[in-house]
Design a protein around this ligand. Structure first.
Ligand code: ZN
Ligand code: ZN
Length: 482
């Protein structure tokens, strides 16, 4: 269709003209006119008809130092209905075991893996997150909404044991490697002693990164393997019996990838590793070695670099600089987590000003996206995140083709599959509304912005070409409309 006329939405309303003949490009401040939204809503398709077989995003269901202490599982339970309605198919819960700091612990100082809030030790019966009964109730609630529950597994190091003389650390009087019924392990399961940590009779260390040097678990010890995953009453089997469906492995740099393989071989289920590294090849090598997906820290850092630091989107178009570009099926994407959000270094987190732009990226590309609790439960983001999750779960499918990547603009097309039309993402970090003539897969079709940031309804010509728009410091996501 040549000679597309530009008229205002107000004129359409007043004149009652057929929308089909016109392309409306007015991205003005007409949001006060509620009638405009009614008209534009009417041209949009119900995306639910395009729901993907593998629809779903993961919710990281906690932030650092969650409150209220002792009632977090109940707090999360109260959110499940809404999250399920938004298209969440997994929640990632904090490490369930009792930590050294008891009711204050965020779970990364594991003392008793089997005490998920039922033994009086480390100053508390409940964990920071609640009681065992509250955990089981949350898991049940999640399952009733077809949401899987992922446990955070901290198996690199331990904390909170008793003082012990350690012949492998002669002269060191500060080794807390004794874990038994009287020393941080009231469950009596997986009692530990100095020989289960490094150095020991097998070797000095496992040549992996050290986190808690003196209580760095040695997975080469058969006893440690048996209790973590091997036995029928192992940690892995116990968590599975509680109802956990999957595993998020904490700080996998501190032990060999083959131990993740061994855990998964024993109990199965979804898994993702936290390999805290912005180098995409390091991530890919770990995925290949472990057989497990990994968080895409490379994608996270590329988004931070382009949006926050360089203020130049060109690198988003570069080949191979993220795990999701190398191996999308094994990339778990994210824009924030409990660590990045509290990092005082702005280079390690994506600014609030650019947060939704970053989400527009991960929720339109391939990879399995994670939504961070504090972002979703932020009223200024929630509505947009719901729109984006719906888009991810429906029309974010087919091959990824980058059409434009320059300083201010990034335009990417998902080509769709079968009757699923796919989408076009247009990110714009300049201050002004931008427009671009693009080639689409849709001929003679009206388009709409399913991100609800533009009111334009451009129409494609017989070859699929049209002009799309993106407001300043914003994004639009185009697909076919009525
Ligand atoms: Zn070892
Ligand atoms: Zn930043």
């Amino acid at each position: 269709m040549k000679n597309i006329k530009n008229i205002s939405t107000r004129a359409i309303l007043l004149g009652g003209l057929a929308l089909g003949l016109y392309s409306c490009v007015e991205d003005d401040d007409s949001t006060t006119n509620t009638g405009v939204d009614v008209v534009i809503q009417n041209v949009k398709l119900d995306l639910n008809q395009f729901r993907k077989a593998d629809a779903g995003v993961m919710m990281q269901a906690f932030y650092w130092d969650v409150e209220p202490r002792g009632a977090w599982y109940d707090e999360v339970s109260s959110k499940i209905d809404d999250w399920a309605a938004s298209g969440v198919n997994r929640i990632w819960l904090p490490a369930p075991g009792k930590g050294q700091s008891g009711g204050f612990s965020m779970g990364y100082d594991p003392s008793d893996y089997f005490d998920v809030g039922e033994f009086d030790q480390q100053g508390s019966v409940e964990t920071r997150f609640g009681s065992r009964a509250e955990l089981e109730s949350l898991i049940q609630k999640s399952h009733s909404k077809n949401i899987e529950v992922v446990a955070d597994i901290v198996m690199g190091h331990n904390s909170g044991g008793g003082l012990q003389e350690n012949p492998f650390r002669p002269g060191d009087t500060e080794v807390y490697s004794l874990f038994n019924e009287d020393n941080g392990n009231a469950s009596g399961k997986f009692n530990r002693s100095y020989e289960h940590f490094h150095p020991n009779d097998i070797h000095d260390n496992d040549e992996q990164a050290l986190f808690f040097e003196k209580t760095d678990l040695c997975h080469d010890q058969q006893y440690v393997q048996d209790w973590l995953w091997g036995r029928d009453d192992s940690v892995a089997e116990f968590y599975k019996s509680l109802g956990f469906d999957g595993w998020r492995f904490d700080y996998v740099k501190s032990f060999a990838p083959k131990w993740v393989t061994a855990w998964n071989d024993k109990v199965g289920g979804f898994s993702v590793g936290e390999n805290f590294d912005g180098n995409e090849q390091v991530l890919k090598d770990w995925v290949d070695a472990s057989g497990s997906p990994a968080f895409d820290f490379a994608c996270f850092y590329r988004l931070d670099e382009t949006l926050d630091r360089a203020k130049d989107l060109t690198a988003l178009g570069d080949a191979g600089n993220m795990l999701r570009k190398l191996d999308p099926d094994n990339a778990v994407t994210f824009t924030a987590n409990h660590d990045t959000e509290k990092d005082p270094n702005p280079d390690n987190r994506i600014s609030y000003a650019n947060k939704l732009l970053a989400y527009s990226y991960i929720l339109t590309h391939d990879g399995y996206p994670t939504i961070f609790y504090s972002d979703y439960e932020n009223d200024s983001f929630k509505g947009k995140l719901k729109d984006l999750i719906l888009i991810y779960n429906t029309i974010a499918t087919g091959d990824v083709e980058v059409l434009v990547a320059n300083e201010n603009e990034y335009i990417m097309r998902r080509n769709g599959t079968g009757s699923n039309p796919g989408l076009i993402l247009y990110m714009n970090i300049s201050s002004n509304t931008k427009q671009y003539e693009v080639s689409t897969n849709w001929n003679n079709r009206r388009l709409a912005d399913y991100a609800n940031n533009s009111k334009a309804t451009p129409v494609t010509d017989g070859s699929g070409n049209t002009t799309i728009y993106a407001p300043g410091k914003s994004f639009t996501i185009w697909s076919i409309a009525q």
